[in-house]
Design a protein around this ligand. Structure first.
Ligand SMILES: C[S@@+](CC[C@H](N)C(=O)[O-])C[C@H]1O[C@@H](n2cnc3c(N)ncnc32)[C@H](O)[C@@H]1O
Length: 242
């Protein structure tokens, strides 16, 4: 929790909120870029201190979600020999997964400047690169808290690169992210909508998505079927097949 507070209370992350109203009223500029002059990932690349704040905060949040996944839907990992965590940060999530499912070889994939400072984690290999260009091959691709940073067009590009990375016959992707329920009076729904606002402030075009919006993205990227599993967390697990 401390790492999340340190990130969210940093001047870099607080400044964009002052431009959120103008953004919502339609001036089109990303609040993060107005405040900091660059998108969040380019800013992190040039500012190692801020990059560390992001990676530590993501790892802290990831521990909660990954524990809920291991407890609530471990069957998702049955039969997998390898798993690539796309935008996996410093490897915390994948490290927990390969510890729980030790038959899996883990590949943690993120931008080169993130991989350069990632600690060694037993059972996983770190690979640096750009997911818009190529994703390392594995039986399945794991995308946690990733697609909410991007607009539909960018998500479809990332999903297509993941589709190319998995086997055509039995490959799947595992997405861990909020699914906004349009009609439900669920306590966590407010948290999901609040996260949508955070995405507006902190990314260029990111957003949380409803089930219909997830269905659209997956269909456009060439995935023919998917299912959604609820876990004891704000996020759900979406398994999608080619
Ligand atoms: C919101 S963080 C999520 C980290 C991790 N998946 C988690 O759940 O804690 C998004 C990650 O995507 C990575 N990322 C952003 N652009 C990328 C790109 N073009 N290629 C690969 N990774 C990228 C960032 O460096 C960051 O680690």
């Amino acid at each position: 929790m401390a790492h999340l507070i340190l990130l969210e209370s940093s001047p870099v992350m607080l400044a964009p909120w002052h431009s959120l109203s103008a953004h919502v009223l339609g001036n089109g500029n990303s609040p993060f870029e107005v405040a900091n002059g660059k998108d969040v990932w380019s800013y992190a690349e040039l500012n190692p201190g801020h990059s560390k704040l992001i990676n530590d905060a993501m790892a802290c949040d990831a521990r909660v979600a990954v524990s809920a996944i291991i407890e609530g839907c471990s069957e998702v990992f049955d039969g997998l020999k390898s798993l690539v965590d796309v935008g996996g940060g410093n490897g915390t999530s994948l490290g927990m997964l390969v510890k729980a499912f030790p038959w899996i070889h883990g590949v943690n994939f993120d931008l080169p400047h993130v991989i350069a400072t990632a600690p060694k984690v037993d059972g996983i290999e770190h690979i640096g690169g750009n997911m818009f260009e190529c994703v390392p091959k594995a039986d399945a691709a794991f995308l946690m808290k990733l697609l909410h940073d991007w607009d539909d067009e960018e998500c479809i590009k990332i999903l297509k690169k993941c589709r190319e990375a998995i086997p055509r016959d039995r490959g799947k992707i595992i997405i861990v992210r909020s699914v906004i329920e349009e009609d439900k009076d669920d306590k966590l729904e407010f948290v999901r909508l609040m996260l949508d606002m955070v995405m507006m402030a902190h990314t260029s075009k990111g957003r949380e998505r409803t089930l219909k919006q997830w269905e659209y993205l997956l269909g456009e990227a060439g995935f023919t079927r998917f299912n959604v599993k609820r876990i004891r967390a704000v996020q759900s697990v979406i398994e999608a097949y080619v």
